[in-house]
Design a protein around this ligand. Structure first.
Ligand code: AQP
Length: 342
């Protein structure tokens, strides 16, 4: 069976973008793939994390996977730092990837901002660790949101360069799986920015643990425009929103995309439903849908995080199964590189 690897950083404020862009797809994919879902705690410390908060957030991401429907018996669910092969392989990839490749990564530029000189080396080398995460399991498919596409292309380049340099076919070719109409969920306050954990305003995102009142308030106050909602004739022949059309009304298309993803409908069908409607009517329907989808999951996440030993047991079991796959791959890599094994 083809293998999938994906992960979410335990950096707090898990939101609807993380759910629709990643976690919801994790659940759908577990029937057809051998799935490894990681809480990438080593990625999280590329920016400062309070140790106590990191522990709590690690359990919260694991709880989100489980509450969304990831089955820890069928899938491997674990946190990255419990499997040393990630860091070991990342070092080798630090020596394979080229500086020029990393210099092109837009996420580093965004996250380092103007203070580049003060950014951690880990933040810069983050894509190499991400390549190691995936390739330590020889995973072939990686479900991520649109924002991670550039990192995946880099991971593919690293795998190819390693294979060329060491004259091997050890690593497979990676395929991104960017799924559904909400591969990029935008901020509720500014349709030009992605919904993000680190955005200061909590009104910009719907958190996975938000209650009905907060969800309703955030959707009601979400930025909209003065026009009626567009119909499906705005879409191109593939049922997607042309970029210029989106840029003209980013908030409208963002909310329609969220509606389509939450209701498991193609965007064209969602747009047919609301063509010519007022935002106020659409927002009321969207609120009910979001509360119905997120409410039970938020409750289950809170129940699980209230019982940390049960979450830790899932992570421990997952880590053991992950090590059993990654360690032999790492041994193969070490042999290719020429590291002596006594
Ligand atoms: N807005 C989004 N729309 C769709 N998918 C998204 N993802 C994140 N934001 C959106 C997807 O969620 C997965 C986990 O992301 P991550 O936690 O590893 O890191 P991130 O992409 O940096 O997430 P955030 O929430 O935006 O955090 P900050 O604010 O720290 O940068 C990935 O599959 C990602 O595509």
């Amino acid at each position: 069976m083809k293998r999938i690897f994906s992960g979410v950083q335990p950096t707090g404020n898990l939101h609807l973008g993380n759910y629709l862009g990643a976690i919801k797809n994790f659940v759908a994919l577990q029937d057809d793939y051998d799935c490894i879902y990681c809480v990438v705690d080593m990625h999280a410390i590329t920016l400062w994390q309070d140790p106590g908060a990191l522990r709590a957030n690690t359990r919260e991401v694991a709880a989100a996977y489980l509450a969304a429907g990831v089955d820890p018996k069928r899938c491997i669910v674990f946190n990255q730092s419990q499997v040393p092969a990630h860091a070991q392989l990342a070092w080798i990839f630090n020596c394979v990837a080229r500086l020029g490749w990393l210099n092109r990564m837009t996420q580093f530029k965004d996250k380092a901002g103007k203070n580049r000189e003060k950014a951690s080396v880990g933040l810069y080398a983050y894509p190499n660790l991400m390549a190691a995460d995936i390739l330590a399991y020889k995973a072939t498919h990686v479900p991520v949101g649109q924002d991670q596409k550039q990192h995946l292309e880099l991971a593919r380049d690293i795998a190819q360069k390693f294979n060329n340099d060491y004259e091997t076919e050890l690593f497979p070719i990676l395929e991104p799986l960017i799924l559904g109409p909400a591969a990029r969920v935008m901020s509720l306050r500014d349709g030009a920015k992605k919904m993000s954990k680190s955005e200061a305003s909590d009104m910009s995102r719907i958190n996975m643990t938000d209650g009905a009142d907060d969800i309703a308030k955030k959707i009601r106050k979400a930025t909209s425009d003065a026009e009626l909602l567009p119909g499906p004739e705005a879409l191109d022949e593939n049922g997607a929103v042309p970029e210029e059309t989106r840029q003209a009304r980013p908030e409208a298309y963002n909310l329609l995309g969220i509606y389509a993803a939450l209701s498991d409908k193609p965007l064209a069908e969602a747009m047919t439903e609301f063509a010519g409607s007022q935002f106020s009517h659409f927002k009321a329907v969207l609120t009910d849908l979001a509360v119905a989808a997120l409410g039970p999951m938020g409750h289950e996440m809170k129940r699980l995080t209230g019982d940390p030993s049960s979450v830790d047991a899932v992570l421990r079991d997952g880590a053991e199964r992950a090590r059993a796959i990654a360690e032999p791959v790492l041994r193969e890599v070490y042999d290719k590189v020429g590291f002596l094994r006594s």
